[in-house]
Design a binder for this molecule. Structure first.
Ligand SMILES: C[S@@+](CC[C@H](N)C(=O)[O-])C[C@H]1O[C@@H](n2cnc3c(N)ncnc32)[C@H](O)[C@@H]1O
Length: 190
């Protein structure tokens, strides 16, 4: 992930533990671990670690199965532990959950809450499923953040984000968009 001071500034406003759903090699997750640890919170990574599933109807064939495969949880952990050592971050500052969205999200108890959840899954259906799950797991002042947002798109992750926003009973209190297709929403948590 390119350096985006505004984005990291939002992560720094997290009122609790942070999560990234769609991690790949962990380049943005590493930064999230660093910020969360400084604030006394834990960081959670969620990914198949085997790359993308088969594209669905709303993905128009983009992002084929297996793209972004990092060799499973063991492949990810081996590389990521080294990175964390270089940043002087203790092992307990982060945890990775392997599996397919939405099934893997049932690893987390109903009552668990997060201060910042970032969703970066590229495909339409897992993005919608993850967003619906995330809104039930955000703290009241929590931030829900998406990559790959375009306002007029009806396909891929952006299509899911637009649909998700429309289905909220109360609209987000604020939207912030920066360069790089990042969209963050406040006011959805409870
Ligand atoms: C674009 S990459 C994430 C990049 C990462 N956030 C970064 O900034 O470096 C998308 C990730 O989503 C994961 N992914 C896509 N669909 C998934 C699904 N249904 N379940 C679990 N992981 C999925 C892929 O394995 C891949 O690692």
């Amino acid at each position: 992930m390119k350096d985006r001071p505004h984005f990291w500034n939002w992560v720094s406003q997290t009122p609790g533990d942070v999560m990234e759903i769609g991690v790949h090699k962990g380049s943005s997750f590493a930064r999230m671990v660093e910020i969360a640890h400084r604030l006394g919170f834990k960081a959670y990574a969620v990914d198949s670690f085997e790359g993308m599933a088969e594209p669905g109807e709303r993905d128009e064939g983009h992002y084929p199965a297996g793209k972004f495969d990092v060799g499973g949880l063991s492949g990810f952990t081996a590389v990521f532990l080294e990175l964390m050592k270089r940043h002087n971050l203790p092992e307990g500052s982060w945890v990775a959950h392997q599996g397919w969205v939405p099934d893997v999200l049932s690893d987390f108890p109903d009552e668990q809450r997060f201060g910042f959840i970032r969703i970066d899954l590229d495909h339409y259906q897992p993005t919608l499923d993850a967003a619906r799950w995330a809104v039930r797991h955000l703290l009241p002042e929590g931030i829900l953040s998406f990559h790959d947002w375009f306002p007029d798109r009806t396909t891929l992750a952006a299509g899911a984000i637009n649909e998700f926003i429309l289905e909220q009973a109360a609209p987000p209190r604020s939207f912030v968009r920066t360069e790089g297709m990042e969209l963050s929403l406040w006011g959805l948590g409870h």
